[in-house]
Design a protein around this ligand. Sequence first.
Ligand code: URA
Length: 290
Amino acid sequence: MRTIVSKGALEVAGKDNTKGPETSPDQVFFEFAPRPPAPVAAATEPTPAVQPELPGQTIMPWSQSPSPTPAQAPVRSFALSKPAAPAAPAPSPYDAVASLEELTRLAADCRACGLRAGCRGVVFGEGNPKAAVMLIGEGPGSTEDEMGRPFVGPAGKLLDRILASVGFAREEVYIANVVKCRPPGNRVPQPEEREACRPWLEAQVRLIDPLFLVLLGASAAQALLDPKARITQIRGHWLERYGRRVLPTYHPAALLRDETKKRPVWEDFKLLRAEHDKAAAGRGQQPPVG
Ligand code: URA
């Protein structure tokens, strides 16, 4: 059964997040923490004074002035001019693979490109095998290569905080990468390496069957949407691929280099949260067909 997780209330750790300009935008992922699950209120109980943040609600823990970013902006669709990536996965040798475990086992022996020769092992992905939300990064870095798990280095730690800031636990989602083997020196994977790894990623998507794909950074956007996609142009726009709703956003590593990207990413994850919760309530938007 697909896990659609109901949203947990959010709070600034140790603070009332409805007041005060004392938290800066830079701190948003560091100070937001999921509130422990609230007890189920009896029908007669009064509404609590502090409401959980609602999708689209303007709660800016760092400022009392209105956000210049339209926090209530409707979900937009955005057409890529010439999507070169296929709308449906091409037939692949893994079409008959019926479980994620089997796929993971097969991938461990992959030599479809040169990357495997230069890394310790395949970092296939991890998380809820029936997640509603699947996040796709670029490729393992050195910590990931060492530990055999995706997003466990500094960018991964930040990703965990980003997820927590909108009430997702890491275990609720599934996390994967465009390429499963670490490119030498953490360079950007080349187009032919992305293509060699595509059947694995597509099989992963088929088996997990998520409602939402979150593309973290340019490599993921270029691999799944359009080789010419520019993440600065398409981030925060709902797109469609493989019949699923796709939200590109900046890669967490980009946020470590440029803190001004934190806020747009937070806005993007709030959009994701809102659409997830609509889907959970049976009001989700379907991706366009065809
Ligand atoms: N960057 C990625 O794109 N993926 C990881 O797993 C880690 C860092």
